[in-house]
Design a protein around this ligand. Structure first.
Ligand SMILES: Cc1cc2ncn([C@H]3O[C@H](COP(=O)(O)O)[C@@H](O)[C@H]3O)c2cc1C
Ligand SMILES: O=C(O)c1cccnc1
Length: 355
């Protein structure tokens, strides 16, 4: 790939979790008034957040949710149950406060931002959207690479910018969500390239295809992989060829979040494919990822398995927008408060385990 300067930042090493604090947090958990391990993964989350935030008193009160939206050229192949216009219509809905993620963000008092990287229909009149204009959506990857290198670099940078803003605003956790009709096709093609899986194993209904629609989607992805596979020698190149602007922005956000030491709560199938891409580009970035939920999209289980990740929740959600991650925030908050506020055996005068 040319244009080295624009991709150079991807090589910066991720921040390291604090292992001393992890150890101290584990010891603290053992002193709380409960049988050791009885709070299960809530204990693990608190200990992990302590190590990531370099404090014995972790907290995720301040949450930023960044929704990256873009259109996909491959949408012209009839691979979604919904028309492409929905991407733009949903951006409008996000700004009006009516989408699922708006409701969830309000319950969390989270900061929500909407980023349009490039859609077929303009949203320029909307003032509370950050606009990037990378193009009127990606090119159709059935015929050519989805992005050129400038578009890929700009999309990765857009994700990075959101993380830097979150950091500057002292946010403690970032959720990067996505919106883009056709993006389960793009994410499936990308996962298949990165993990060498057959599309039939990964592809699903997305926003609601029937079995005939899924068979067609699989066929489209198989043909695209035949075009791109032999030219794809790196994960970054796979992202450029079959990814989307918003998937690249998520990837950039995850890599930059890891570099700046900001914990990242990963949503469903599309977000997890971006996390897989981030991890393949920048291996130790994985330390900063917390997988929130298992999507009903069948490919999600395969990608999570490849990542050796067990998500916190399984609610049969299949929405995207960062919604599954938003639902998991209260679990993280409760894990932190238990860790920070429970009495110890000694302060509460509770007898410890028999020797
Ligand atoms: C109204 C509506 C709101 C959404 N919010 C997220 N998605 C989700 O569905 C899309 C991916 O599905 P596919 O690949 O089948 O097009 C993405 O925009 C994703 O965020 C939505 C989809 C719809 C229809
Ligand atoms: O799991 C997801 O992220 C997902 C699944 C279906 C449609 N949109 C998003």
């Amino acid at each position: 790939m040319a244009s080295h300067t624009s991709f150079d930042w991807l090589k910066i090493s991720p921040a390291m979790p604090n292992e001393q604090i992890r150890h101290a947090a584990l010891q603290h958990q053992a002193q709380l008034t409960k049988p050791p391990g009885a709070l299960g993964r809530l204990e693990e989350i608190a200990v992990q957040l302590a190590a990531l935030q370099h404090t014995l008193h972790p907290s995720v009160d301040h949450v930023q949710i960044s929704i990256f939206a873009a259109d996909h050229g491959v949408a012209t192949e009839n691979i979604s149950a919904f028309p492409q216009a929905v991407t733009t219509e949903m951006i409008r809905n996000f700004t009006a406060g009516g989408a699922a993620i708006n409701v969830l963000a309000r319950t969390l008092s989270a900061q929500l931002e909407v980023i349009n990287l490039g859609t077929v229909h303009s949203t320029d009149t909307l003032t509370n959207v950050r606009h990037y204009h990378l193009g009127a959506g990606t090119a159709n990857f059935m015929h050519t690479a989805a992005m050129n290198e400038n578009q890929l670099a700009a999309a990765l940078n857009a994700g990075s910018t959101s993380v830097e803003q979150a950091r500057a605003n002292n946010q403690q956790l970032l959720i990067a969500g996505e919106m883009g009709i056709g993006n389960t096709t793009s994410a499936t093609a990308l996962a298949c390239l990165l993990l060498n899986l057959p599309p039939a194993q990964v592809a699903g209904a997305g926003s609601g295809l029937d079995s005939k629609g899924i068979a067609h989607k699989i066929n489209v992805i198989e043909r695209a992989l035949t075009l791109h596979r032999s030219h794809t020698h790196s994960s970054l190149e796979a992202l450029r060829r079959v990814g989307g602007f918003e998937i690249a922005a998520l990837t950039g956000a995850y890599i930059r979040g890891a570099q700046l030491g900001l914990p990242l709560l990963i949503d469903g199938f599309i977000s997890t494919v971006a996390a897989l891409t981030a991890e393949q580009i920048c291996m130790d970035s994985r330390n900063w990822f917390i997988y929130a939920h298992q999507s009903a999209e069948p490919g999600h289980a395969h990608v999570l398995k490849a990542l050796d990740a067990i998500p916190l929740l399984d609610l049969s959600m299949r929405l995207g927008e960062g919604s599954g991650a938003a639902v998991a925030v209260n679990l993280l908050r409760m894990a932190c408060r238990l860790h920070n506020e429970m009495a110890t055996f000694s302060t509460a005068h509770v007898s410890t385990r028999k020797q």
